[in-house]
Design a protein around this ligand. Sequence first.
Ligand code: NIG
Ligand code: FE
Length: 414
Amino acid sequence: MSQLIINIQQLAGIREENNLLRGAALAELPSLHDAYILIEDGFIADYGHMYELSEKVPQLPKEVYDAFEQTILPAWCDSHTHIVFARSREEEFIDKIKGISYAEIAARGGGILNSARRLQEATDEELFNSAWKRLDELARLGTGAIEIKSGYGLTAGAELKMLRVIKKLKERSPLSIRSTFLGAHTFPQEYKEDHDGYIRLIIEQMLPVIAAEKLADYIDVFCENGFFSVSEMETIVNAGKALGLKPKLHVNQLNSIGGIQSGIRLGAVSMDHLETMTEEDVKDIAASKTIGTLLPSAAFFLRMPFQPARQLIDAGAAIALASDYNPGSSPSGNMNLVVAMSCIQMKMLPEEAINAATINGAFAMELEKETGSITIGKKANLIFTKQIPSIAYLPYAFGSNLIDKVMINGEFLH
Ligand code: NIG
Ligand code: FE
């Protein structure tokens, strides 16, 4: 089926080839003004200026949509989330308002362990249904591709249950979904004094089943003081790599303990969070192939300093933006807000933020061949904005809902 969209005020994020953007290239958002886009069977088939239309598309398809001066950009690629969870944690939110820290809450069995207890009790169906609702909300907010992690199970049974829920989401959802095994999210209470025991459980009981059932694309570890050390991370990641899982890692949220340097050696696709970075860390990741994924809504929600986006970009790093949607540190998956926060609090230019949340996000999930830009042959995953004066208006008017419609695989969401 052919669909033609005409009279687009600005068609943003058009690219002929896929390049991971770093440094100065992040500020370039190639666009056409007064444009059309042609979609065939859910994929982008052509685009161009309105004045070229009669020549390039001589026979108009039956389905013509007049965008009436709307702006169109690629749907968001949210490369870091934890959207499978059993229950929200607003009571900890209140505790934090009263002055208790995230680390203190975690130390007394709240935080991740709190979510793990709830998840262990939840049925597959409950988990699937609540995650499905979240996915639906996120799609309406413009997200077309998403990575989802396990890590609230922390027993072999519950981790596998989570991953099977993610697999079912993959099978049923029109969104592009990547799955990450995060069994090493924290040590369960009974292994607090027996780290090797839990690591053995991950390597001997969880990983073989995950590989056999193809339940994950990536492996992740929360590498921080009080969680997994650098050497523990290396042991777990190497076991995952041996089974074909590439690393995408949680590092440098709370401490700088060498996670960056180790992640680079391990060949991580991305290293995520990066609130706490030394000059050395910035230099090292910038010189590496690993994408630095910034999660500003987690910094915002935990009242932490924002990630040093400017230093990273100026040093030549390839950075992506993601929501970290989870019940503890970022109970929002709104990528529009993530983009706005990056501009307001981290001084990213609107073009840099949009690129980091689309094409570079796609690279951070290795989905750049199918999504992340307006490119012939990629999926027609598109955000149609309301009428806006310019692309910078999106992060500028940060509290407004500026999305009129979202299209996934050529179909408008209703
Ligand atoms: O990415 N930092 C570790 N994991 C999550 C938060 C987990 C939680 O508090 O439930 C994060 O921020
Ligand atoms: Fe996270």
